[in-house]
Ligand binder design. Structure first.
Ligand SMILES: [Zn+2]
Length: 266
């Protein structure tokens, strides 16, 4: 079932109720109530699709309950040069492993960068084949998008691709079904410093460090899909400072796979 169809039906129902009310074929109050219910239902379902931590359409990992102070740094939209390679330099110097949610199209263009990320021991996960809003694609196009991205990343990295973060974190029943069908687990985030707006290195660091908690998944960006135009220098610099500050507070950095494996069983 697609969210976009339900929203369209809600809109048609609301408009029809208002018209019938205007033509006095139904009474004004039920007409207004029907229109309001349509708007409310469409609004709630849309919110569930765009809120990163909502599980209405299916289970999405946004953090993991752990006893130790573990956190996962994740980077979206790459590979994107020179920033992906600059970021790798920082992670190597600090001896930190991260998770890169790559775009298949970018990976195909920057194949050596994917191989280097993988060789340095970072986890590679899927963001998408191309950075499209999957809510606007039909089922076949969603499946093709996911399959092309997963195949490209597995081929270039040699890794078993396990996780997917849909573009913008948006999903509905069909998107979640196709993610599952591809053998992937959906992952969003629990800490979002909005680094893609380039608010300043210190702001990014403060936003992360003030919101972090054991088991958190931190969303950062080494890329700028689909435009591939903005600088990611602030994210590179912020990463070094985030690692230093959180380490001083006792945090350890792990990949998403390691975080999930450390899950505290209740
Ligand atoms: Zn993205």
């Amino acid at each position: 079932m697609r969210l976009i169809y339900i929203i369209a039906c809600c809109g048609i129902l609301g408009m029809a109720a208002l018209w019938l009310g205007k033509l006095h074929l139904i009474r004004r109050k039920p007409a207004l109530l029907t229109a309001a219910a349509g708007v409310l239902l469409a609004g709630v379902l849309t919110l569930c699709a765009v809120l990163p931590q909502n599980n209405f359409y299916g289970q999405v990992i946004t953090s993991v309950p752990v006893q130790k102070k573990l956190v996962a740094l994740t980077y979206d939209d790459g590979p994107y040069l020179p920033y992906t390679l600059e970021l790798l330099q920082v992670l190597q110097e600090k001896n930190v492993k991260a998770t890169f949610f790559m775009v298949g199209e970018n990976a195909f263009k920057k194949q050596e960068a994917v191989r280097i990320v993988s060789r340095q021991g970072h986890e590679i996960a899927l963001h998408a084949g191309t950075h499209r809003d999957l809510l606007k694609l039909d089922r076949e196009a969603i499946a093709a998008n996911i399959d092309s991205g997963k195949t490209t990343l597995a081929w270039l990295s040699g890794q078993d691709i396990k996780f997917m973060r849909p573009p913008h974190g948006f999903r509905d029943w069909a998107v979640m079904a196709e993610i599952r069908q591809a053998g992937l687990t959906a992952v969003n985030w629990s800490v979002i410093p909005r680094d893609w707006t380039n608010p300043g290195t210190d702001v990014i660091v403060d936003r992360v460090c003030s919101k972090v908690f054991p088991g958190a998944i931190i969303l950062l960006h080494d890329g700028d899909s689909p435009k591939n135009a903005a600088s990611r220098q602030q994210t590179v610099e912020a990463t070094a400072a985030i690692i230093d500050r959180l380490r001083s507070e006792g945090y350890e950095f792990v990949t998403v796979s390691q975080l999930v494996a450390a899950k505290e069983e209740k």
